[in-house]
Design a protein around this ligand. Structure first.
Ligand code: NAI
Ligand code: 15L
Length: 272
């Protein structure tokens, strides 16, 4: 089923967190057709507010600031937080406490839907010979992946308890282009990211949905049939970057980074 974008700007105010980050900078312009006002937030600077923009610089760990952040907002695109493996403490502040603060604020402000940037690293310890779907047990590959598992479970709780709908995007690798051979499988082009967001925002009922975010790449580790109600149909593919990584054949070996889906994240944690 193809989900139509409603005519005319459907939202009064959309909140984008992580607006200073790599994906936030891409989305800043691309989500403007969906709302009269886009409220941009990050703990880092975001420059001057343009037409139809509001800028709110704050830390997700600051509960009262996050409550103020969600006031008057119709829906949230939550991209803020630590986006790679790190020590537990900063991950806890941004991705665990920060997520709790966000959902408490969303609840108090009456926001009905959140699109949450989860990550493929919630299942990074599956082997790259396996196909994973949304109902399979989580197998995080580090503290970062663990924090995203918390986000998925927290958003499920707020749906079951108070009916806030969330689409958890288990994003693969969303960059201008794949940076290594693994990303030929995990690549999510920016146009497809925007289309996935559009589906997540405008599908009439999503409840609590988990969807893997990849383009139509030649190889895939993920089965999205349980999110088919979103109607997400990627049109980009890492195929157009084949010239960068012509040789992606599987090789037997004992390097965890080539055995597991999480790639280098599986040994990046400061545990060893
Ligand atoms: P990024 O690291 O470029 O952007 C994250 C932004 O969050 C940064 O601007 C940072 O200042 C902000 N932030 C960090 N801690 C914060 C805090 N305590 N309070 C307020 N803001 C804070 O990451 P990127 O690539 O733009 O990713 C955006 C989101 O998508 C992240 O949540 C990441 O985990 C998720 N994601 C991204 C993928 C990708 O391939 N780019 C893949 C999977 C998930
Ligand atoms: C992620 O979750 C990260 O945020 C991003 O920086 C990439 O490394 C991506 O996963 C990936 O798996 O390639």
């Amino acid at each position: 089923m193809m989900i139509d974008t409603p005519a005319e700007k459907p939202f009064h105010r959309l909140l984008l967190t992580g607006a200073a980050g790599g994906l936030g900078q891409v989305l800043r312009e691309r989500i403007k057709p969906w709302a009269h006002i886009v409220r941009l937030s990050d703990r880092a600077g975001m420059g001057e507010a343009g037409d139809g923009e509001e800028i709110v610089q704050c830390d997700l760990a600051d509960k009262s600031a996050v409550l103020a952040l969600t006031e008057g907002v119709d829906a949230v695109l939550h991209f803020g937080g630590i986006s790679v493996e790190d020590r537990f403490e900063p991950i806890m502040q941004a991705n665990i406490l920060g997520l709790y603060n966000l959902y408490e604020a969303v609840h108090k402000s009456g926001v009905k839907r959140v699109v949450y940037a989860s990550s493929n690293h919630v299942t990074g310890f599956y082997r790259n010979t396996e196909i994973v779907d949304a109902d399979m047990p989580l197998r995080p590959d580090g503290f970062y992946g663990l924090s995203k598992c918390f986000g998925e479970a927290l958003s499920r709780y707020y749906y079951d308890r108070v009916g806030i709908e969330t689409v958890c995007l288990r994003i693969g690798s969303s960059f201008e282009q794949p940076k290594n051979a693994r990303m030929m499988t995990t690549y999510l082009g920016y146009d497809d990211l925007v289309e996935l967001l559009r589906c997540a925002l405008f599908t009439p009922r999503v409840g609590h949905t988990i969807v893997f975010g990849t383009s139509d790449n030649d190889a895939s580790w993920w089965d999205n049939r349980k999110a088919s109600h979103l109607g997400f149909r990627p049109t980009d593919s890492s195929r157009r970057f084949k010239y960068l990584f012509p040789d992606t054949a599987e090789r037997p070996g004992d390097d965890p980074a080539t055995i597991f889906q999480g790639g280098p994240f599986v040994t990046a944690g400061p545990m060893y």
